[in-house]
Design a protein around this ligand. Structure first.
Ligand code: ATP
Ligand code: MG
Length: 226
């Protein structure tokens, strides 16, 4: 589904260049559950942002089903992302002035005929993430785990081919985190490809494939099946 070829990202630290990602190549197969782990500063967020099309690499390509996503214009890239990728930011990024319903519906506003059946779609997805009763609440009335569920619901409302998430259990207690991992697993069982950044051992154990980053290099790859 995604083919990463010789990917590098150079940043500057006090005027000196360094590689946050150093010549990575790997493949994400459709239907797989992949977890990227590694120490703080190893390049995980940088990699996810490049795979999601939010940040351009210095070198290398990201081929998403034959499409070289970093060669698209910004407008085309954003349309491509909207149709294919669901993205969960580490900090939830919910819009505080909007209710749960309005936050989850937001991606549909940018689609032709997006509002058709929007209410049913939001209700169905809230049922799946397990907080149907919160539909009319505002984010500040939710717990961290509930906000994370809303962020995930918003990311999957358009049924993307792949769900990308940056530390989706990072701010959650152990039990709430387990609920999120189970939710990802069930989305995966229904056919969604999952790519998550996490150092949560339970995510690492659940994943089919583990990519470990160390100082911007791919250190080891553990594959559970296939
Ligand atoms: N825009 C930027 N400009 C300069 N350096 C950056 C930029 N973004 C990230 N970096 C640096 O690149 C390296 C990798 O950062 P990244 O955020 O990808 O790490 P991470 O693995 O996600 O860390 P964490 O686990 O703490 O979230 C770090 O040294 C960071 O300081
Ligand atoms: Mg990070």
């Amino acid at each position: 589904m995604i083919q990463v070829e010789n990917l590098s990202k150079k940043f500057f630290l006090a005027g000196n260049p360094f590689y946050a990602l150093d010549n990575l190549s790997f493949i994400i197969k459709p239907g797989n559950f992949t977890c990227i782990s590694g120490l703080s500063g190893s390049g995980k967020t940088t990699l996810l942002n490049i795979l999601g099309g939010f940040l351009h690499p210095t070198n290398g390509n990201v081929i998403f089903e034959d499409m070289d996503i970093h060669r698209l214009s910004d407008k085309k890239a954003s349309r491509f992302r909207g149709g294919n990728i669901g993205f969960v930011y580490q900090s939830f990024s919910l819009i505080p002035q909007l209710t749960v319903f309005e936050n989850i519906r937001a991606p549909l506003l940018f689609e032709k005929h997006g509002l058709k059946n929007a209410e049913k779609k939001v209700k169905d997805i809230l049922e799946i993430v397990g907080i149907p009763e919160k539909i009319n609440e505002y984010p500040f009335n939710l717990s961290g785990g509930q906000m994370q569920r809303v962020a995930i619901a918003r990311a999957v409302i358009k049924n993307p081919k792949i769900l990308m998430a940056d530390e989706p259990t990072g701010n959650l207690d152990s039990k709430t985190g387990l609920g999120i991992i189970k939710l990802f697993k069930s989305l995966n069982t229904k056919g969604m490809t999952i790519l998550t950044v996490s150092h949560d051992q339970r995510f690492i154990d659940t994943a089919d494939e583990n990519l470990v980053l160390s100082l911007g290099k791919l250190k080891k790859k553990k594959t559970k099946k296939g």
